[in-house]
Design a protein around this ligand. Structure first.
Ligand code: F6P
Length: 395
């Protein structure tokens, strides 16, 4: 099912699908994977096929574009059944020659010769447009392609839900379900042993997964990068619960939450070329510190890449399908340099230039945080319950 053209022009063809004489659209998935990538590939393929295009899926992110070109011809036949599958049938990578994001907002300029070779591939393969499915970093690469005149359109992807230009990225809802499911399981064992359980979730520098997963899974404490917290306030919440004869507490912490001292907990520092800081470890730091401060067992769990694995939820299947179909529409309308985005109930598009570099953080006075506070969920910033809706009952 795949074709490989080596640097010296050698062509390898595997499988039944062949490129025909129809106009062609390319697609690739880049960066960290997330549930729903295959749903985008399927929707793109079906939409393009019925509009009269052949679809070329490049292997392993941008890497499949050059030296050697590696791709497979996609069709409704060979993408059947992938809607529900996790990962990406095309493979992905978030490092290598095309990584264009350094740190939180820095951009690494790609080698112009490399971009030139991508342009050659697009020309040689007669692509009318190339769909790049990726997060902030991959879209920065796509932007440099666009600036060089390569006809690209973007599809936003990340479990973190942290792109300013879209209300939702697909993969987020699936990650939230994973977090809520973990809390459901931790709930029963925490209650049995009267323990404090700390669950560390992903999200990079935003608290969307922790906030939504925490509400959906019945957390008692949610710690996110957008709200400063203290150990004393968490302990006050644990004591409040004990006074209510609730002898266990569920804490969710976002990997990018800041410690009370202001620092981040990282597994790997940035600094190496084209590498972002790798967050992780705050759950353990908090658990160990709490255990030294209270007379109660404390355990921690790092949910890690379980949040990125597995199939997409129905919400993500629909969103990913909408994105895939609308990305094809952008190509037919020749709206290059644009990215599809969700503006419920519509799917719209924004320029990739506008979309990258703009992180959407949790609004501490937004509806989800208010709801959580009203229900008594503690964000570690106050020593006790404070009703954000202010009006006490009249009697
Ligand atoms: O951006 C998605 C994400 O899963 C983040 O939530 C997390 O910090 C990071 O990627 C992990 O990256 P890697 O797969 O490289 O460890």
């Amino acid at each position: 099912m795949s074709v490989e053209i080596t640097e010296n022009g050698e062509v390898h063809i595997y499988g039944r699908e062949r490129l025909g004489e129809r106009p062609r659209i390319g697609i690739l998935t880049s960066g960290g994977d997330c549930p729903g990538l295959n749903a985008v590939i399927r929707a793109t393929t079906k939409t393009a096929f019925w509009l009269g295009y052949d679809v070329v899926g490049f292997r392993d992110g941008f890497e499949g574009l050059v030296d050697p070109i590696r791709y497979q011809v996609l069709s409704p036949r060979n993408t059947a059944g992938i809607l529900v599958q996790g990962g990406t049938i095309l493979g992905s990578t978030n490092k290598g020659r095309f990584a264009a994001r350094v740190g939180e907002s820095g951009r690494a300029e790609l080698d112009p010769r490399l971009i030139g070779r991508v342009a050659e591939t697009v020309q040689r393969m007669k692509l009318e447009g190339l769909i790049v499915v990726g997060g902030d970093g991959s879209l920065s690469t796509a932007l440099q392609f666009h600036e060089a005149g390569i006809p690209v359109v973007g599809v936003p992807k990340t479990i973190d839900n942290d792109l300013k230009a879209t209300a939702f990225t697909f993969g987020f809802n699936s990650a939230v379900l994973c977090c809520a499911d973990a809390l459901d399981r931790l709930h029963t064992t925490a209650a049995s042993h009267q323990r404090v359980m700390v669950l560390e979730v992903m999200g990079r520098h935003t608290g969307w997964i922790a906030l939504h997963g925490g509400i959906a899974g019945g957390a008692d404490v949610i710690l996110i990068p957008e709200i400063e917290w203290t150990y004393d306030n968490i302990i006050a919440k644990i004591a409040e619960r004990r006074a209510q004869e609730k002898y266990f507490t569920l804490v969710v912490v976002a990997e990018g939450a800041h410690l009370p001292s202001g620092g981040l907990v990282v597994e790997e520092q940035a600094g190496v070329q084209n590498k972002q800081v790798r967050l992780g470890g705050i759950g353990q730091v908090i658990a160990e510190r709490l255990e030294g401060m209270i007379e109660q067992d404390v355990r921690f769990v790092v949910l890690g890449h379980l949040q990125r694995g597995g199939g997409p939820t129905t919400f993500d299947r629909v969103l990913a399908s909408e994105y895939g179909a609308h990305a094809v529409r952008l190509i037919t309308e020749r709206k290059f340099g644009q990215m599809v985005c969700s503006d419920p109930p519509d799917i719209r598009d924004v320029s990739i230039a506008e979309a990258v570099d703009q992180i959407r953080t949790v609004d501490p006075s937004g509806s989800a945080v208010q709801t959580a506070r009203a229900m008594g969920i503690c964000f570690g910033d106050t020593p006790g319950y404070e009703n954000p809706f202010k009006q006490p009952p009249s009697h």
